[in-house]
Design a protein around this ligand. Sequence first.
Ligand code: F6P
Length: 371
Amino acid sequence: MSQPANKIKRIAIATGGGDAPGLNAVIRAATLAALNRGWEVYGIRDGFNGLLMPEQFVEGGLVPLTRDTVRGITHLGGTIIGTTNRGNPLRYPVKGLDGVVQEVDRTDELIRAFLLHGIDALISVGGDGSMEIANALAQKGLWVVGVPKTIDNDLDGTVITFGFDTARCFSTECLDRLHSTAASHRRVIVVEVMGRYAGWIALESGIAGSVDVILIPEIPYDLNKVAQKIKERDEMGRNFSVVLVAEGAKPLGGDVTVSSREVGRAERLGGVGEKVCAELQEMTGKETRLVVLGHLLRGGSPTSFDRLIALRFGAAAVRALSEGRRGVMVALNPPTVNYVPLEDATRRMKSVPLDCDVMLTARDLGICFGD
Ligand code: F6P
């Protein structure tokens, strides 16, 4: 499987995990850059399911990507080749004869499918799960380049992932809208945003949207501190408050709020906003309402920032292949795009450093973190 760069004839692109605005821009840039080198390009349907479960797809598990199929998609949310978070080949959910679902490693089978289809190299676009898969496939000899995606911005090795800016901007716009209604009704509004392991969306949109409280996974919270903040604002005549909670936030000494568990996929988070809302109403006696932004943060048209990053990442992934690089992830290292070993990118999550200047800014602005 170790092909010299000038021997590449056919590559595949896979998008895995939760979707993020900018996936289509990556697909377009990578496809055009590859076609311009005379390579053929295929999209694998729904992560790797197009190769592992081809019979599931009426039009086949591999979609030819041509100038026509990638025309006019840069501004579109979602991914034209589909994605899934139930198809991790390292831990694929398989139902046994006894009806029990177990996680099975199907990476060898996947490598054979690449060989069978004459695919010389893979561009794997995704978050931490996809980079872990890409790394495992690279270790087994497949020629892989990763492209970092996630609205949570929690991948290490790159200053930013595409999708994050769109989520941050949308969250900020929602917070602006919620401010005026919270103020008019003198209410507390609790807003829950995504952010499983890292609080980047909550932190940055919270500062930009001038909220009063931000609860993030990195700082276990004490709601007494939050209630105190709301009380102090009331005493100053600011009788409304906006409290922004990342889905992965947890109380001091407590754990994250899980909404469901299923074999073969990460546990689903959600519900912390509801708890915070009910408890704050009880503690402050103020009318408290909840808004969960959830998947709205993942949809819609990517911002121009995300489009540009995604296009740069897609083109850079193809340049990496044509330069003979393998086992690397494309990364933004301003002002340029560079490459980091997949192993480094998957070693740890990029959580919010508590002493970073964005955190210090929030503290200087008087934002409460429940600590
Ligand atoms: O990784 C991005 C993310 O948006 C997380 O913040 C969230 O926990 C997860 O995806 C939700 O995924 P799903 O769409 O499978 O519920």
